[in-house]
Design a protein around this ligand. Structure first.
Ligand code: HEM
Length: 418
């Protein structure tokens, strides 16, 4: 039995059923009642497999921002012995990306990228994003006309992020499908408890990503241009005298930016359609007030963020909300639960596009999402396009979800004009 922050005793094994419910299709469709049950046990609750779940906004924010907590980097993973969850090739690959690095290596790599999505870059990308939105909505319209309904998640949600990031990095459209597939596979390595077959898929994807992005760096090196990757290559040639080392870093950097940008943004785009469909009065108001679109996007990110949790480890023995946590122990920062914390948000389970309070959907601290501004540009352009062109759009069948807890993914979201 383990004490929780609320002082109750919780048997780690009894948590297994709660976690299983989170992975069930009902839990996927609406995990929030389960998060509320967890929060009722305390702000810090033992996870079934060691470590703890953090449920309150305050604690999640504090851990994300504090230097006393680190991401589980390669050294931490090596200390865990050879448990396949931590030492699988896909997990090792992630530990060498920005998200898996700690200062000073993280600081050096993140700085080397520069201010990637500054105002100028976003202004230059805007016309491409708007043109792509129009093309994708033409396609959606054709499918709805010919079949009566169309899968928004596949036809639009999955397409806009890959088209945008590929345009920015100068990657050929012929590679879009491969990049999407590899990203879907790699995402399993970021799950709490991946099954053996999910881990195997993640490992295969990790190899595919390595092959693709090492070849990309080598090819770009041969014909440097004015694109971001060419600029990073020039930067790393100055920072790192060992060419092999520089290319290894460049492959991890560019690969992670691509995979971090795809599934997350796709889920946000489909979630916008789903949540506004469930709140027709707010959608009707938004049709008359397009200037409120950025606010609506923020509320979607708060209400159901694409990433529901991330993980940190203690760099020293510590106490969180009265619970002793030993060095190297894991805490899961439950972003989505924090976004529904009644201590932070009034009436947190109400979807309300009029809110202004900030959320943890893009994380916090030194690992704060690098692409938040780009994700917002895509989401706003798409929502404005959808509302202008399809004011009577409705979701026709309940969406289908991939059975995951960390990285949410809608695999189908059928819509029609009614
Ligand atoms: C709605 C879309 C997105 C969401 C919800 C999202 C969410 C997040 C979150 C929560 C983190 C922090 C993870 C942690 O602390 O462990 C993160 C980090 C990151 N995101 Fe995003 N992201 C989105 C889109 C993007 C896009 C479009 C890009 C790139 C173009 C991107 C690139 C990154 C990178 C590189 C990091 C790691 C930063 C670091 O560790 O220093 N993300 N994102």
């Amino acid at each position: 039995m383990e004490p929780t922050a609320a002082g109750t005793l919780v048997d780690r094994r009894s948590m297994v059923s709660l976690i299983s419910r989170l992975r069930s299709s009902k839990g996927q469709a609406n995990p929030y009642p389960i998060y509320a049950e967890l929060r009722a046990m305390g702000d810090v609750v033992p996870a079934p497999w060691n470590g703890y779940l953090l449920l309150s906004h305050d604690l999640c924010d504090q851990v994300l921002r504090s230097r006393a907590w680190a991401t589980f980097d390669a050294e931490w993973r090596a200390r865990q012995g050879d448990a396949s969850r931590w030492t699988a090739p896909a997990a090792i690959q992630l530990s060498k990306t920005l998200q898996g690095l700690n200062p000073p290596v993280h600081t050096r790599q993140r700085r080397s990228l520069g201010n990637v999505f500054d105002r100028n870059t976003l202004t230059n990308l805007q016309p491409f994003v708007e043109r792509t939105v129009e093309k994708l909505l033409d396609r959606l319209s054709e499918h709805m006309r010919s079949a009566g309904e169309a899968d928004f998640a596949t036809l639009v949600g999955e397409e806009l992020p890959v088209a945008t990031i590929s345009h920015w990095l100068n990657l050929p459209p012929a590679d879009h499908a491969l990049l999407r597939d590899l990203t879907h596979g790699q995402a399993y390595a970021q799950e709490l408890l991946p099954s053996a077959s999910q881990l195997a898929q993640a490992n295969t994807a990790a190899q595919g990503l390595r092959d693709y992005f090492t070849a990309l760096v080598a090819e770009r090196r041969r014909s440097l241009g004015d694109d971001p990757l060419s600029r990073w290559i020039r930067t790393w040639d100055e920072l790192e005298p060992d060419r092999e080392e520089a290319d290894e870093t460049l492959y991890h950097l560019v690969m992670f930016i691509v995979i971090a940008s795809l599934e997350t943004t796709s889920t946000l785009l489909s979630n916008m359609v789903r949540l506004l469909d469930q709140h027709p009065r707010q959608r009707a108001w938004l049709l008359d007030h397009p200037e409120a679109t950025p606010n609506a996007v923020e509320e979607v990110l708060r209400y159901d963020p694409p990433i529901h949790l991330t993980t940190r480890v203690a760099t020293e023995d510590t106490v969180l909300s009265g619970v002793h946590i030993a060095r190297d122990e894991v805490v899961h920062v439950m972003i989505a639960a924090a976004n529904h914390d009644p201590a932070q948000f009034a009436d947190p389970d109400t979807f309300d596009i009029g809110r202004t309070a900030s959320h943890l959907g893009f994380g916090g601290g030194i690992h704060y999402c690098l692409g938040a501004a780009l994700a917002r540009v895509e989401a706003i352009a798409l929502l404005q396009g959808l509302n202008r062109r399809f004011p009577t759009l409705r979701v026709t069948t309940p969406p289908l979800w991939e059975p995951r807890m960390a990285f949410r993914r809608l695999t189908a979201l059928y819509v029609a004009e009614r």
